[in-house]
Structure formats: C-alpha cells, structure tokens
Design a protein around this ligand. Structure first.
Ligand SMILES: [Zn+2]
Length: 416
C-alpha cells in the first residue's frame, strides 16, 4: 500500500484523464497523464488499455465520445499491467482531474475488478476549482479552456485532456497568485479528497449520508430545464430522474433555472463557437446578466445522475450505514490462522461461507442487495461494490492485526 504522500508544496501534481469502453466505471480503455513540477509540464504518460474481462464491450455512446473501438485495444495491455506503471508515474503526487470524481471512480473500479490494492493518494478536481473561480455557461473542459484563453485541443484524447486539465489548474493558480496546489484548493474552498477514507472518522461520517462520494452529485436544490432532442431517454423520464435526484424539473428557462441540459450536442460538439438555438442563446444571455446557470450536455447529465451499476447499488445502500464491525463468521472462519501461504489463507478466510452469490443476497459490508451481474471478485464475497470490497478486506486485515496474526507485507503492484 502506498503511504508516501508527496507533501503538497509548490505547483507539483499529476493530471490524469481516463476514457471508458462503456457505462461501467471499471471499463477503462485509455489513460493519459502529465506530471507537473514547479508549474511546468515535465513528463507525460499515455496508454491504451484492454478493459478488464467482463467490462470489455464498447458501447456506441462511449465510442462517439472518444472514437476508440475494440480494434484499437486488441493488442493493448490490461489494466493489471498499466495500473502499476501509472502509479509509478504518479509517484505519490496529488491526482488532478477535470471532473475527478469520474477519473478516480474509474481508477478504483478498474483496480477493484482485478482485486488489486487501492492507491492512497489525494485527489483534486479542476471542474470544482473552475466552478468556484469562474462564471461561465459551461464548466466542461473546452469552455473553461476557451474562457481562460488556453486555445483549442483534441477533446477526449486522454493525453490532450490531461494536458489541458494541468493548464487549467496552473492558470487558476496564476490568476489567484497561489504558489502551491494546496493553497489554491484552500483559496477556492475545494477539498482534496483521499482515495480511501474508511479510517478517517470525520470524513467517514460524511460519507455515510452519501455512500459513493466519488460518483454521485445529483441535482439537490437545482432547477433543471431541458432543450433539444435527448438521445438516451424521453423528456418525461429525464424530468423524473431530476426529481429523484433532489432537483426541480422546469419546462422553460427562466431566472430560477440553474442547470440547462442541451440534448443537441455531445461533449465533442458543445464548445464555444458552435451554432446555438434561441433557447440556448437566451440561457447565455442570462449567464451574461449574472445568473448562476450552468449549461451541460446529456452525457454530463447522465454522469451526474450516476447511472452506473456501482452508483445505483450505492443509492440502494444509502439507507444502510457503513458497518464498522466484521460479521462474526469472518473471525470464526479465520480462527485457525494462517498455515503456509498467508495470502491464500487470507482470501479463503474472506470467502463467504454460503459460497457464490446468486443475486439479491445482502452485501456483507453494507447490507445492500448484491446484483446478479456483478463481477466475480465481489460476488464470491457477497459484496455489493468495489468500495465495500475494499472496506471489508481492510477491516479484516485490521481485526487480524489486533488478534496478533502476523502477515507478511504485501508490496503494492507498483513497488514489486
Ligand atoms: Zn455494500
């Protein structure tokens, strides 16, 4: 486990961007990253990725965004190979993403699909920084880049996006005369989020009310209006989802509107200078007049709804509080202690006594029902998500540590 956090001093960080093959956050198919030292991009990392088995189907919506297909990744290394390389590149830096919730979620879910140890790093979101610092019609990367005068770029090429994300942070730092990443985050009241928080009670209690803080944002206290044709759903369904996620669905744009979803554009074509309808131009005028109205694409809308399987399961789990105790049988089953190969015993002691889940069994960590189509790593443990899987494994390790069962150190994949 990597515990060597780099001190957040100076303008040092790594900006990362992922693309996925389908709506699952585990389906990583490409990654780009740039390393920044003292405010200057000094190195870059890029790789296509063959998505984890079971998550490798390319969906049309994703192909439309990034243009990658199965043929592009057929010879690419798997995430189990790229992950250690990326972690060595990040080397304990603050992980910066534009909409970092998405990128961190991909990092954790893809890693969970291989049951590899999670990284422990701090993350920071330039979308949140931009929302705090700027007033623009859209906070997607092309609009923020254009507003800051950073020029054109090949949006949804992961390396181009990572590079632009880094430039956005550096430009905001210059505008605010911040000389360190932590200083800029603090000035703009944006929190740096750790990738794993179970041991931190102050943050964990916050998490209990929002079990998947890395994904779900929703539309609480937002007035949401739609314009143009939606590709994925009918207007009624969209309105229902807004209400379900805490928002107010509106028929027309007015002075109360805080979010306008535009169905006629995707994240490639919705950029400064495109041809906009009268309804959209009215929205731009309201922003110019000072209204806090954000225009987003249908993709952004779906991302904020958290319609991924993982997020839907988390929503179901919201009523349950995060468990801090292991089920009794885990300690009973592990009572014999390790004989021979410690890690083989560790995994055997974690296996659910009733065997493989058929679907619907309660998660052994949070009690949410385990979906029937969930990846085998989690199904064998009757765990509803990679987040619960990780919390459960760590709780078991802590319990065995307390019981005096010594385990050999397991080096993280990037330390081997
Ligand atoms: Zn769970």
């Amino acid at each position: 486990m990597d515990t060597s956090h780099r001190a957040a001093v100076g303008l040092d960080f790594t900006a990362v961007d992922f693309e996925t093959a389908n709506r699952s956050r585990a389906s990583v198919c490409a990654v780009g990253a740039v390393r920044v030292r003292d405010g200057v991009i000094v190195d870059e990392f890029r790789s296509l990725v063959s998505p984890p088995p079971g998550f490798d189907e390319f969906e049309a919506g994703n192909v439309r965004v990034h243009g990658l297909t199965e043929a592009d990744v057929v010879d690419a290394p798997g995430w189990d190979v790229v992950y250690p390389e990326l972690m060595r590149f990040i080397d304990g830096d603050v992980f910066v993403g534009h909409n970092a919730r998405f990128d961190v979620s991909v990092l954790l879910n893809a890693t969970g699909a291989y049951d590899l140890p999670w990284p422990e790093i701090d993350t920071l979101c330039t979308l949140q920084l931009a929302r705090s610092a700027l007033r623009v019609p859209s906070y997607s990367l092309p609009w923020v880049a254009s507003h800051l005068g950073l020029g054109d770029f090949d949006h949804h090429d992961p390396l181009a996006d990572a590079r632009m994300t880094a430039l956005v942070l550096l430009t905001l730092a210059r505008l605010h005369e911040a000389t360190a990443v932590a200083e800029l985050a603090s000035m703009l009241s944006v929190a740096m989020m750790p990738t794993f928080v179970d041991e931190l009670d102050s943050i964990a209690s916050e998490l209990d009310s929002s079990p998947d803080p890395l994904i779900a944002t929703g539309f609480v206290a937002q007035a949401v209006c739609f314009t143009g044709a939606l590709r994925l759903m009918i207007r009624d369904e969209a309105h229902r989802l807004v209400v379900e996620h805490g928002g107010l669905a509106q028929a027309g744009v007015n002075r109360k509107t805080t979010v306008l979803v535009t169905g006629d554009f995707d994240s490639r074509t919705f950029r400064p200078g495109a041809n906009f309808s009268a309804k959209l131009r009215k929205a731009f005028d309201l922003v110019d007049a000072g209204q806090a109205l954000e225009i987003i694409t249908e993709e952004d809308f779906v991302a904020r709804l958290s319609l991924s399987e993982e997020a839907l399961r988390s929503r179901i789990a919201q009523t349950g509080v995060s468990r801090r105790k292991l089920p009794e049988w885990v300690m009973v089953q592990s009572g014999a202690g390790p004989s021979g190969d410690y890690w083989a015993w560790f995994n055997a002691a974690l296996a659910h006594p009733k065997g493989r889940a058929a679907g619907g069994e309660p998660c052994i960590w949070c009690d949410a029902p385990v979906a029937s189509n969930i990846h085998w790593v989690h199904r064998d443990r009757h765990v509803c998500s990679v987040h619960c899987n990780e919390r459960y494994k760590r709780a078991a390790a802590r319990a065995w540590d307390r019981a005096g069962i010594r385990r050999p150190a397991e080096p993280a994949p990037w330390e081997r």
